[in-house]
Design a protein around this ligand. Structure first.
Ligand code: ADP
Length: 482
């Protein structure tokens, strides 16, 4: 089965969030279940620099008339064959792939990401005479136009199936109606049965409307997005497409996230020997100027600082952590007001709170290795990866029961503890009080060392690998091609 994966990011070359982790892990995982995967990506400098054995596959003219090249080669870091869109003035920009230094989305984002979908569609329709995908699997709004372009490219010799995966419905790729006329889609596509969304163009809607099948990254989120509360305006469309919508839970790339082999952590450890974890904690406390106390529960946050992540609740509940003798370490970047508020709390409690504003992959690994609890109180969370990294690294997740958090974390209630199923702490109401009660439960369990150790060992031993998800994707591809 030949599968073309379409995404804007890919770990470890370019990452702003979980999308990159998934795009980086999926090709290898799918290969192990007999799928031959190639990827198509924008030619961002960090991705281009990794491409070896490069040749020019095609020289084309974009739908708005601009010349571009499609390169083919092999991404040496990932060991994956790749097509890159080479158009430097669209992709060679410092910083975020999506926005400028003032955090404003680039004004030409509709062109930058329309090209991704357009080139993917051309590849589906024979652009590479040596390789024909049977399935085109595109991810998030950046790649959302792929199935729309494919729907309007005729003269195809074979039917190519389309899968569109929603990693976060809140980012919808919405552009002015004027931008539609640059995309090269027929007029008929600008309507309710097409890419139009409340008078504008939405690349996310294009994916949701035209793909043969929609997946999202957890079964619970697949249900939630069909409700007005979580549908972000798409719930009606998603309900009409319910029979073509399913959730496949994300997983963890064991080659990247494994405390027994991790090159970024102070000391390595596993479920049978957690002495290294205690040393990771002491070293991090010392490096950050926190009180070096083995018995002070250390809470960690590694997150984009956006409203979605519920971190204002952490700010409000911080006293509940500190008054019980706990500590907090945070790594994140995002909205200025959240950055400022967390920095102010760190200045107030330098021996108990550490805040680093920025993006730092290696430091994120150190935080999971050192902390006792990983906080993920998101208001909504399509899947969430950090709670799973917490599980792998013996940092018990404390989460709001929503989306993929609900599908991966089992609360330490008495019955779950008795059944040996518990692996973290879950709260239901999205409120400071509910978060504080969950924090209190975490402290209570922490005081019962043998029970804490048993819960932690269970979490660390869980199979969170990609094999299961890869088998589900492969079964879906087979079904769509049958
Ligand atoms: P989202 O995709 O909504 O940001 P996920 O939990 O799915 O949330 O994925 C977040 C990914 O980004 C994880 O790999 C996490 O470790 C990483 N991450 C988030 N913020 C930072 C940061 N400031 N520095 C390093 N890694 C980060």
């Amino acid at each position: 089965m030949n599968v073309l994966q379409v995404s804007a990011e890919i770990f470890p070359l370019l990452k702003t969030g979980g999308l990159a982790d998934v795009a980086g892990a999926l090709p290898g995982a799918l290969q192990s279940v007999d799928c031959q995967v190639r990827v198509v990506l924008p030619g961002f400098p960090a991705i281009l620099a990794d491409l070896t054995d490069v040749h020019v596959l095609a020289e084309l003219s974009a739908p708005w008339g601009e010349p571009l090249r499609v390169l083919y080669g092999r991404l040496k870091t990932l060991g994956v064959n790749a097509y890159l869109i080479d158009l430097p003035h669209l992709y060679h920009r410092p910083g975020s792939p999506y926005e400028d230094a003032w955090r404003h989305p680039y004004a030409d984002n509709h062109r930058r990401f329309a090209l991704l979908g357009w080139v993917a569609a051309l590849l589906a329709h024979g652009l590479d005479g040596h390789w024909q995908p049977q399935v085109v699997h595109s991810h998030d709004w950046h790649a959302g136009l792929t199935p729309a372009y494919m729907a309007f490219m005729h003269h195809q010799s074979m039917r190519v199936a389309t899968v569109f995966t929603v990693h976060n419905l809140a980012y919808q790729g919405v552009f002015s109606p004027a931008s539609f006329y640059e995309l090269g889609l027929p007029h008929s596509a600008f309507g309710v049965n097409g890419v139009e969304f409340y008078g504008q163009v939405s690349f996310m809607k294009a994916g949701l409307y035209y793909a043969d099948h929609i997946t999202t990254v957890s079964p619970t989120y697949a249900r939630e997005i069909q409700t007005p509360a979580q549908g972000c305006g798409f719930d009606g469309l998603l309900r009409t497409r319910a029979s073509a919508l399913s959730g496949i839970l994300n997983a963890v790339d064991d080659a990247v996230w494994n405390p027994a082999t991790d090159p970024h952590v102070t000391d390595r450890f596993d479920a049978d020997n957690t002495a290294g974890k205690a040393r990771c904690k002491a070293a991090l406390q010392a490096d950050l100027g926190l009180s070096v106390q083995a018995d002070a529960p250390l809470f960690g946050v590694v997150s984009r600082l956006t409203d979605q992540k519920g971190l204002h609740l952490v700010l409000r509940a911080l006293d509940a952590i500190l008054s019980r003798g706990g500590q907090l370490v945070l790594l994140g970047t995002g909205e200025a007001h959240l950055e400022a508020l967390f920095k102010a709390r760190a200045a107030q409690y330098p021996h108990a709170v550490s805040v680093r504003i920025g993006y730092d992959e290696a430091y994120a690994h150190r935080i999971f290795s050192a902390t006792d609890v990983t906080l993920v109180p998101s208001q909504f969370e399509p899947c969430g990866l950090t709670q799973m990294y917490g599980l792998k690294y013996g940092s018990l997740p404390l989460v709001h029961r929503v989306g993929g958090l609900a599908d991966t974390v089992v609360d330490c209630s008495l019955e779950n503890l008795a059944d040996g199923r518990a692996n973290g702490f879950v709260f239901d109401d999205f409120s400071q009080q509910a978060l504080e009660r969950a924090i209190a439960r975490a402290f209570a369990l922490y005081a019962r060392k043998s029970e804490w150790d048993a819960v932690r060992a269970h979490g660390m031993r869980q199979d969170l690998g990609w094999q299961g998800a890869a088998r589900q994707y492969a079964a879906l591809y087979q079904h769509l091609c049958a």
